[in-house]
Design a protein around this ligand. Structure first.
Ligand code: TNX
Length: 539
């Protein structure tokens, strides 16, 4: 595109964005069967108008009352959940420079009041109701998770510069009205592969902070693979010490002590995310097999592996020690994990016969159940007999064997992560330097353009537990790489997991997503400037 065309395009984008911000109504537009930007909603400033169309994920309902609240230096905060009050105070004080004294205790009287009472039943355990008047803000939820979700919405209704880590000028206005909001699916996950490349506790915590902005509530950690074992197991110390000593490309790797892992779990909990640990079995196990010769059928340890092939390793299915090993590993990890799930991988076990695979998955499920956890496995496990509680995670979009649909028909719940839509390691375009393209190129509208409840025939919405955006790290090395691949696609997957399908609309989404750009800039998130997104000028 030549430069005058580029200018014209930017001017058009800006004009459309301004209209979108002033008139948009994700829920209102879609309820009328119209894309949000085409909805004939009254302008903001009139009763009954939609609230500004800036919130991702789109709320269930957002109605303006025509007023505006202005946060000033005299404002106060109160919160029934001290940590959530402190979280909000931390963000607001940093950018506004206001004192914002915080009081905690039942239904306090702050100008901004976060209350665990008075929310409508419809918002459930994860939703909230946010009421903004000229006098202040009242956020109500039934559970802390709902309050935390509502805080994210409140922040998105403030100017983007509210995310600035240093004091910047206001005015700090919030449009008056009421948002009533709750998720479509219970499980909204993001996976981080810390096995192909290792990420430190601080780097994972930063990613958790980013996920929390979009109401993601599960962090799936891929803790082991051919290239590295990343968590200390007391009964098998060589796993981390030796198996964790490298990574793809031959770098130094790394591993979490059990205290490190617990720190990640606790940090995630402070952002209302639950950690799902994954130990990938029986394939993707070269790092374990290299660490302990006795785990190999022939008693010979392979070398450490730093390439990117898949499917060549397998635990020794007939060996009794294999199950002692799994029992001890699962036992230690389960004891450190407050969440209900433990992921056993199960993907790409192409070095294991079908019969061995089925008997292995049987035993692995029993072991996990004996340690009090619910099994999740990549959808390959649908080829084995599943426990009624086992959850299958769909990933391979070339699969045609129908085993998953059969399992779903028998009650298996499914997490949807179609690789050609939800994989954050796929390239955006053929020019993207990072990532892979085996599942296809995935720009924003592709990531957003599918319905988790209707994507797989035989796996309807009632079989879907939720969605997850995995980030595999064969080519991803730094936190900046993570940011670039996750933004802006992660919020697209987050919206598919949270927002009612009635709000779905590509052009409205691309405007709401664009409004996030200045927030990411303020937060120091280096994102991909997709041409599909309507970024405000200067972002
Ligand atoms: C497939 S998805 C894999 C991973 C790779 C990924 C790369 C899945 C269950 N297995 O081992 O890292 O592709 O995109």
């Amino acid at each position: 595109m030549n430069s005058s065309l580029r200018h014209l395009r930017r001017a058009l984008v800006t004009a459309v964005t301004v209209l979108g911000l002033a008139w948009g109504s994700a829920a209102g537009g879609a309820a009328a069967g119209l894309p949000a930007t085409a909805a004939a909603a009254p302008a903001t400033g009139q009763p009954g108008a939609a609230l500004p169309n800036t919130v991702v994920p789109a709320p269930v309902s957002a109605v303006a009352d025509g007023t505006t609240y202005r946060l000033t230096a005299s404002a106060t905060l109160s919160s029934d959940v001290p940590d959530i009050g402190a979280y909000l105070a931390g963000v607001l004080r940093a950018s506004t420079g206001f004192a914002l004294p915080l009081s905690t205790g039942a239904s306090g009287p702050g100008t901004i009041a976060l209350q665990l009472s008075g929310a409508p039943a419809v918002v459930g355990d994860q939703g909230y109701q946010l009421t903004v008047t000229t006098h202040g803000v009242v956020l109500r939820a039934n559970r802390p998770a709902g309050l935390f979700a509502g805080v994210q919405t409140l922040l998105q209704l403030l100017p983007a510069s509210v995310e600035s880590p240093t004091v910047v000028p206001g005015p700090w206005t919030v449009p008056g009205g009421t948002v009533t909001d709750y998720p479509r699916f219970a499980y909204r996950g993001a996976m981080l592969d810390v096995a192909r490349h290792f990420f430190t506790v601080a780097q994972v915590e930063r990613y958790i902070d980013e996920l929390a902005l979009y109401k993601i509530n599960y962090l799936h950690l891929h803790l082991s693979d051919d290239q590295g074992w990343r968590i200390a197991i007391a009964g098998w110390p060589q796993l981390a010490r030796y198996g964790g000593s490298t990574e793809v490309g031959g770098g130094p790797g790394g591993w979490y002590s059990q205290a490190d892992y617990s720190a990640i779990v606790a940090y995630a909990a402070s952002r209302y995310l639950t950690v799902v640990p994954e130990i990938d079995l029986p394939g993707h196990t070269n790092a374990a097999l290299a660490s302990y010769p006795q785990l190999n059928c022939d008693g010979v340890a392979p070398g450490l592996y730093t390439g990117t092939d898949v499917g060549f390793s397998s635990l020794c299915v007939p060996l009794q020690l294999t199950y002692t090993f799994i029992d001890q590993v699962v036992g230690e990890i389960a004891a450190l994990t407050p969440g209900p799930y433990l992921h056993i991988g199960g993907d790409e076990a192409t070095s294991t016969t079908a019969a061995d695979y089925a008997s292995f998955i049987d035993r692995a499920q029993q072991i996990v159940a004996a340690h009090g956890k619910t099994v999740i496995g990549w959808h390959d496990i649908a080829n084995a007999t599943l426990l009624p509680s086992t959850v299958a995670q769909f990933w391979d979009t070339s699969t045609t064997d129908g085993a998953l649909a059969t399992a779903a028909a028998h009650g298996t719940k499914v997490i949807m992560s179609p690789a050609n839509k939800a994989y954050l390691d796929m390239k955006y375009t053929h020019r993207t330097k990072l990532g892979q393209d085996w599942a296809g190129l995935t720009d924003v509208n592709t990531a957003y353009g599918w319905n988790p409840g209707g994507y797989l025939s035989g796996v309807g919405a009632t079989s879907v537990l939720g969605v997850e955006a995995p980030l595999w790290t064969e080519t991803i090395v730094t936190p900046a790489d993570l940011d670039y691949m996750a933004f802006p696609r992660l919020p697209a997957i987050a919206e598919l997991g949270w927002s009612p399908w009635s709000t779905h609309g590509v052009s409205a989404f691309d405007h709401r997503l664009g409004a996030q750009g200045p927030r990411w800039k303020a937060l120091g998130i280096g994102y991909y400037h997709s041409t599909q997104v309507s970024w405000p000028a200067g972002s």
